[in-house]
Design a binder for this molecule. Structure first.
Ligand code: TRP
Length: 373
């Protein structure tokens, strides 16, 4: 696969989140942590982080206020997690109308059947209880608009969770189709999944497959120390682990899954010096003799240690909300500038740049003069 066609653009990250709620630790290990690392490598020429409000509206059209409130929450979560507005452009999707235009052209390059096959959309339709005809057309087509999100910025790299893989495949299909039809204009991209596979999908605190606001099983990255303790203490572990002495099981055990995602060897020195590393702790748990209480206390300490600097950064930004909106405004301005340039290239390739094409008018004048209709 050819990742870069437009060499002048270099390596570009584009990714984002729907502002339907505060971000949780599943978002953090699934993508946010990686974005912060990538921003600090200095390897990327441009990094765009999009608050996907227009996509969020595709199944929340009746509740724009929810989206409006969560745009700032997500922005604060981004900044709290360590995204640095001097290194990344955080922007609001709906404020870049070029995205909508590009998505409209892409609609013609994808069949309904192709969108219907998208496994992520299938699951989401089921989860929302949409039945056949009641699926909003905009929601159904959001993977096409997502292709526009990535390609408008000539994105080469999309750090995201596994559920975004089908979107990237579709994006690359659209890119190939577009380039074949209209000439080389767009570049393909690559998804960057978490390296650690437990980070692909962190289960809810109740043991259910996914953290979700409606199930009330999330640990938010802005969680207070007190709430965090409560949530960790009520976490689903191993229902068969009835006494400290009985052997415990690791599969589906949220405490150990979260430890797999978050803990480092150095945490043992700090919080649980009986063990050198997670493997030793797991061995003791499965052998029997290690209680859930001790494990939960350790997990609380680890999570609290990770979340504390985020709480502090968030508190700082919460005192300057106007400044946060300014960050979004500036990021959006940069996004628009890049977007407008790509749209110009796209219109040119599609031969719909009527007013910029001096030759067109001259040709038409001649054609009509010669009556060559
Ligand atoms: N679909 C993503 C989510 O569910 C948000 C999103 C919109 C996105 N456009 C994107 C992610 C482009 C990566 C690339 O949160």
């Amino acid at each position: 696969m050819q990742i870069r066609k437009n060499m002048e653009m270099g390596k570009v990250i584009l990714t984002g989140d729907r502002p339907t709620g505060k971000l949780h630790i599943g978002h953090y290990v699934g993508s946010l942590r990686r974005r912060v690392e990538l921003q600090n490598t200095g390897e990327y020429d441009k990094i765009f982080i999009m608050i996907a409000d227009a996509q969020a509206l595709t199944d929340n059209a009746d509740n724009p206020e929810k989206i409006r409130q969560n745009v700032i929450e997500v922005a604060l979560d981004y900044l709290a997690a360590g995204l640095d507005p001097d290194k990344v452009n955080i922007f609001i999707q709906s404020a870049v109308p070029e995205l909508t235009e590009l998505a409209f052209y892409y609609m013609n390059l994808v069949s309904v059947a192709r969108v219907q096959r998208n496994p992520t959309v299938k699951t989401e339709i089921e989860m929302r209880g949409f039945s056949g005809e009641s699926i909003p057309a905009g929601f159904f087509c959001y993977p096409i608009s997502q292709a526009a999100d990535i390609t408008l910025f000539h994105g080469t790299t999309v750090p995201a969770g596994e559920d975004q893989k089908p979107m990237i495949e579709l994006t690359n299909e659209i890119v190939r189709r577009f380039n074949n039809m209209y000439g080389e204009t767009l570049n393909e991209c690559q998804v960057l999944l978490p390296e650690n596979c437990v980070c692909m999908r962190l289960p809810g605190t109740d043991g259910k497959a996914k953290m979700s606001k409606s199930l009330d099983n999330c640990i938010y990255i802005s969680e207070s120390e007190k709430e965090l303790k409560k949530k960790v203490n009520s976490m689903f572990t191993d229902p068969k682990h009835l006494t400290i002495e009985s052997p415990g099981h690791l599969e589906g055990n949220c405490v150990f899954i979260d430890l797999d995602a978050f803990c480092e060897d150095s945490d043992f020195e700090k919080f649980l010096p009986e063990y050198k590393n997670l493997q030793e702790m797991k061995d003791h748990y499965t052998r029997g003799g290690l209680g859930d209480g001790t494990c939960k206390k350790f997990l609380f300490n680890v999570l609290n240690d990770r979340l504390e600097p985020m709480r502090q950064r968030r508190a700082k930004y919460e005192k300057d909300i106007e400044g946060v909106y300014d960050i979004l405004r500036r990021g959006t301005e940069v996004a628009r500038k890049v977007g407008m340039k790509t749209i110009e290239e796209v219109r040119h390739a599609m031969r719909i740049d009527y007013f910029d094409d001096k030759q067109l008018i001259a040709e038409q004048v001649k054609r009509f003069a010669e009556k060559k209709y």
